[in-house]
Design a protein around this ligand. Structure first.
Ligand code: NAD
Length: 258
């Protein structure tokens, strides 16, 4: 078989968190287009159901919606059980749910800090470990986390220290799990996107006025599209990336290059 055929995900089962919309919806669509059965995991169950139906219709794959708050260990364990029982296994996942709260550091409340860390870092820890435990005892698998270029640079002009710290944590968590599980068949990688046009950026009244400033700083002069993250995630989920683990793949149109 050729390289493109080998990149396909036929017969594989996976889930994507934060997949009701945005980046997660795009990668879930790409996984299904590549032949996988996929669970759309999200806090927003109504939207997750719509997304699952849309992707199933578009791809002909089995696509289910699961309601789950990724910060709740019991809900995460129940979600993994549901994926395995309804899809018939678990070979890959994209742990992607995340939020951003902007506030100057000296005004940020502990509740705001904790909310961001809880979803962006603790949620990734819980979903990584729950998926990893299953994969470790069922022949291995591939875990993809969504970090951010904010793991590497401090965004300006908006103040977002909790977000930046949470994403730096995701990168080191990814590398730590990759090393611990390297000989056990479970690969763990993350993507670090630059600014991407999703509801997170385009529907936030505080961020919309900043887009022109970001574009002026961006070598490509524009935001990325969520679709521009699809191919790298399909690669990481599949069997042509078997020597790729512990990698943090920046997809930012060169934003962090200077
Ligand atoms: P989005 O706001 O469009 O979608 C996020 C989804 O996550 C929503 O459907 C939401 O309901 C879900 N979610 C939130 N909290 C959850 C929880 N506790 N449990 C389960 N689901 C939950 O965001 P997006 O732009 O698609 O971002 C997805 C990921 O990509 C996030 O981790 C974000 O930090 C990261 N990211 C985004 C950008 C960007 O510019 N949009 C850039 C770099 C990284």
């Amino acid at each position: 078989m050729g390289i493109i055929e080998n990149m396909r995900l036929d017969g594989k089962k996976g889930f994507v968190t934060g997949a009701a919309r945005g980046i997660g919806k795009c990668t879930a669509t790409a996984f299904a287009e590549a032949g996988a059965d996929v669970a759309i995991v999200d806090l927003d169950f109504a939207e997750a159901q719509k997304t699952a139906a849309e992707i199933a219709e578009k791809t002909g794959r089995k696509v289910i919606a699961i309601s789950c708050d990724c910060t709740d260990p019991d809900q995460v364990d129940a979600m993994i059980n549901q994926v395995v029982s309804e899809l018939g296994g678990l070979h890959f996942c994209h742990n992607n749910a995340g939020i951003c709260i902007n506030a100057p550091a000296e005004e940020m409340t502990y509740a705001q800090w904790s909310k961001v860390i809880n979803i962006n870092l603790n949620g990734i820890f819980l979903t990584d470990i729950a998926a990893g435990k299953y994969m470790l005892s069922h022949g291995g698998g591939s875990i993809i986390n969504t970090a951010s270029m904010s793991a590497h640079i401090v965004n300006v002009p908006q103040p977002q220290c909790a977000y930046n710290a949470s994403k730096a944590g995701v990168v080191q968590l990814t590398k730590s799990l990759a090393v611990e599980w390297a000989k056990k068949g479970v690969r763990v990688n993350c993507i670090s996107p630059g600014y991407i046009g999703t509801d997170l950026t385009l529907s936030s009244p505080t961020l919309i006025p900043l887009i022109e400033q970001w574009n002026a700083m961006a070598p490509m002069g524009r935001l990325g599209k969520p679709e521009e993250l699809e191919s790298i995630c399909v690669y990481l989920a599949g069997d042509t990336s078997t020597f790729t683990t512990g990698s943090d793949i920046t997809v930012d149109g060169a934003f962090t290059c200077f």
